[in-house]
Design a protein around this ligand. Structure first.
Ligand code: AMP
Ligand code: GLY
Length: 425
């Protein structure tokens, strides 16, 4: 089948590699792709949000299936746009994509279906005073979330009540534009997080993919500002059979049943951002796509054919298509541009070995110039993934491979995975 993958990050590189390995894939295009995705298919200069241009491309190139990497096209309704067009789209309908596109919708959904999550209330500018009073009833720290998409920046965790009340006023006055005209205030949950990915066909069929944990803060020891993600590991020791049984019964099945009861079509990846509170899983957030950088360890640990699974989802029947997990551990360490997540330079040449023997290098913020040189073009530049018998072994390989890669200002965390390795339940 002919497949069009939308996106340009490390996640899309890992998806592209896995799709290209399938015997079922005749041709893969990546739109727009990056400086490394042409190893797996053909990059095409299309914006993932330009649905009319995508439609023309699909018709001209007999594309059979569209796979969407990031949330924006899904929340903007790409599934619905192509629904009666003869091309399969892997993803949720626009209405179901509100699980990521609106925190208030997601919290309401969880409450309607008894899915464990932090207690919450939602406020608007009209109810600012009630919001301040609600904050005063909670214990510190205070969790404030912009309702809409805010490029990962819309969640504030504030230790002081007066500061949290001021932050609420600023958010409701439009600090994050339209996204924060509604604000969800949540009870703070304390525990260790993990990311669970599920593929669903909208007809009750689902498959659980390998569990991962990502590292969001820029600095070692989880310090400094939040980033898109500085690394990820899989498996996650504390997500053992007992924990995953609770996740499946209390969260995955009620989510899939809830979508069905509410008539929300969902044929794609569900990303459950979970927190383990003393052995009890609770949902921190839903995303309607794969995680980045989690995909860079989850796809390498998926031992089954991804194209079979994606087609099963998009056609609404996963049947008995397997999703086997590779028993090896996988880790990924992200090399970022100096200054990230603040401002950073672009166009730095990347030199050294980008095809190390012991690792897979997934390009993220890279581009190829006319002479074929690889240049930095984003904050997160490369994801260096390795397999190992355990996380330590895999990490040693990624760090060894990183030592042979260079660009001006290159930085990475040296402590990816240590909390999982040292976890005592
Ligand atoms: P979100 O965008 O909802 O995933 O939030 C970003 C990050 O904020 C999460 O990955 C958590 O680390 C943290 N967070 C969000 N909600 C809570 C909560 N209720 N309690 C504790 N931490 C939270
Ligand atoms: N790694 C978290 C995310 O993709 O949202």
């Amino acid at each position: 089948m002919n497949i069009l993958l939308l996106g340009s990050g490390g996640r899309e590189s890992a998806l592209a590699r896995k799709i290209s390995e399938s015997k079922r894939c005749s041709h893969l295009w990546i739109a727009p792709g990056n400086g490394g995705t042409d190893a797996y298919g053909t990059n095409v200069a299309l914006s993932p949000l330009d649905f009319d241009a995508i439609k023309n491309f699909v018709a001209e190139n007999a594309v059979d299936m569209i796979v969407v990497g990031n949330e924006d096209p899904l929340v903007a309704g790409i599934y619905d746009y192509f629904e009666n067009d003869g091309v399969l789209v892997v993803g949720p309908s626009k209405a179901a994509a509100a699980l990521e596109g609106s925190k208030d919708f997601a919290k309401g959904f969880m409450s309607r279906h008894g899915i464990p999550t932090a207690a919450y209330a939602t406020f608007t500018a009209e109810t600012l005073e009630q919001g301040k009073e609600f904050l005063a009833t909670l214990k510190a720290p205070y969790v404030l979330k912009a309702d809409g998409l805010a490029a990962g920046k819309g969640v504030l965790i504030i230790p002081d009540l007066a500061e949290a009340q001021d932050a609420l006023a600023e958010m409701l006055a439009g600090q994050f534009g339209e996204s924060s005209r509604k604000v969800v205030i949540e009870e703070f949950l304390s525990g260790i997080e993990c990311s669970v990915f599920v593929l669903t066909d909208s007809n009750g069929g689902y498959r659980i993919l390998p569990v991962a944990k990502d590292y969001k803060r820029v600095g070692e020891g989880d310090t400094g500002p939040n980033t898109g993600g500085m690394g990820a590991v899989s498996p996650v020791k504390f997500a053992d059979a007992e924990f995953m049984d609770k996740v499946e019964k209390r969260i995955i099945i009620p989510t899939i049943e809830g979508l069905r009861k509410e008539g929300l079509t969902y044929r794609g990846f569900i990303f459950l951002g979970l927190i383990n509170v003393d052995g009890e899983p609770k949902v921190i957030e839903y995303n309607v796509r794969m995680g980045d950088p989690e995909t860079e360890v989850v796809m390498p640990r998926l031992a089954s054919d991804l194209v079979d699974l994606l087609e099963g989802c998009a056609k609404g029947d996963l049947g008995d298509i397997p999703a086997e997990h590779d028993p090896r551990a996988a880790v990924t360490v992200i090399a970022v541009s100096g200054g990230y997540p603040g401002s950073y330079p672009k166009g730095k040449e990347i030199t050294g070995c980008l095809t190390p023997a012991d690792s897979l290098v997934f390009h993220a913020g890279t581009k190829k110039d006319a002479e074929g040189r690889i240049l930095t073009s984003g904050g997160r530049v490369l994801a260096v993934t390795s397999y190992g018998d355990n996380l330590q072994d895999a990490l040693a390989k990624s760090y060894k491979s990183l030592a042979d890669i260079h660009f001006d200002g290159m930085a990475y965390r040296r402590d990816i995975g240590l909390d999982v390795i040292n976890y005592k339940g």
